[in-house]
Design a protein around this ligand. Sequence first.
Ligand SMILES: NC(=O)c1ccc[n+]([C@@H]2O[C@H](COP(=O)([O-])OP(=O)(O)OC[C@H]3O[C@@H](n4cnc5c(N)ncnc54)[C@H](O)[C@@H]3O)[C@@H](O)[C@H]2O)c1
Length: 334
Amino acid sequence: MIIKVDIKERSYDVVTSRGLLEKIGELANLQRKVLIVTDSGVPQEYARTVASSCKEAFTLTIPQGEKSKNFENYKLLLETMLKKEFTRTDAVVAVGGGVVGDLSGFAAATYMRGVDFYNVPTTVLSQVDSSVGGKTAIDFGSYKNTVGAFYQPKKVIVDLDTLKTLPQRHFSNGLAESVKMAMTFDEELFELIEKGDVRENIEKIITRSIELKKDVVEKDEKEAGLRKVLNFGHTLGHAIESCFENGEIYHGECVAVGMYALCEGEVRQRLARVLNKLSLPLTVPFDKERALENAFHDKKFDGAVITVIRVDKIGSYVIEKHTKEDIADMIDSL
Ligand SMILES: NC(=O)c1ccc[n+]([C@@H]2O[C@H](COP(=O)([O-])OP(=O)(O)OC[C@H]3O[C@@H](n4cnc5c(N)ncnc54)[C@H](O)[C@@H]3O)[C@@H](O)[C@H]2O)c1
């Protein structure tokens, strides 16, 4: 399936199917110098398959994990391109999850003011969320995604076969983002996850999630308005996540807790059933005071209040401003 993200001269296709890695030479212009970036947890054959389609490939494998989204690796990517005499007409390909995608996208955005970037996301999270929309970044000064750029890829190539090797916990982790999009925009997608067999329906779930994200990105490329809705569950989620410096609790798991905190009644019950089905938590043990401080350090901080998204009816959302006291009550209710 081809999903076109239509943002004027920065438009691109997201191609989703099985067996796409073998065909990447037909989907991307790799007849040039190509920097392939992957990490130590991604099966190495994926990058090797991409490399075999390139005219001249250089593969960098960074250590797996969020800590790799750092300034040193960013510098390493730039240094490698410079040393191998990459010009503005060469390209970068990310083969991995959101860590590899965000880091390589940012290097591609800034090397010689921008070289072509192809994203080959291999986790559910990166397929349904981080590869679409052009947000690239590294973590800096102990905060996530503090240095980055909006830089749209030339193409996103989603090979569903790569999910066969993804550990179950990461599989569920990414589905938290699909649940988020279903909760805010699409009750039908929610029902698909709620009622059907998730593995059997994974192709439908992923393509529908991408379509929903694409719709939002087309309307609000640089997060001036609507794109903020994608933060449902994230304001609290990020605050909780930052209590776990070593990534013991995954991003999607924190988002699950953040979403659960922001709905009530029947909606909350249905969400709880779905989260249980996906082995995602409704709460996790965390330092409530620290989370509250973190929530108000977040970039969505706006004077004395922060903006949060609440869901009262599945498939729709309400945008609200909350004070520190309100957020403290929400955190306490967990
Ligand atoms: N740019 C955006 O819009 C955006 C949106 C959401 C999240 N993010 C970022 O995404 C990152 C998280 O992404 P993630 O959840 O993909 O984590 P990740 O990139 O760390 O990948 C998770 C783990 O899975 C392994 N892996 C990847 N593909 C695999 C495969 N096919 N088989 C086996 N193992 C595989 C990796 O080695 C890693 O250990 C965070 O840094 C977050 O800030 C960015």
